[in-house]
Every structure is written in structure tokens, then in C-alpha cells.
Design a protein around this ligand. Sequence first.
Ligand SMILES: [Zn+2]
Length: 59
Amino acid sequence: MSKLNRAWHEAHPMPPNPTLDQRIAWHLDHSAHCGCRPIPRLILEELARRGIEPPAPAA
Ligand SMILES: [Zn+2]
């Protein structure tokens, strides 16, 4: 499996001007399907604030 899951990305573009909730949802979904880039620190911090366990990155 390639590191960039091109099919997933084509099916799941980041919404334009995403809200924080949309960014969090996108990154959670992304990390489960594609490991092309890590979850940004801002998102990890917000997950921690909300008591959500960050997923292990897809290898
Ligand atoms: Zn990706």
C-alpha cells in the first residue's frame, strides 16, 4: 500500500474554509485511511482538550 492513499484523497477533499470540527473529523478519518502526513499539532491539542484519544497513524 502506498503511503499516499490517492483514491481516499480524491473521495475526501478537505472542505473549503473548514471549521475546526470539520478539520478534526477530516484528520481522524484521514489518519485511519492514509499515512501521507501526520495530524497537525493544533488538531492533536484540540483532540486532547476534548478527551479524544488520537488514533495511531496509518503505517
Ligand atoms: Zn493522505
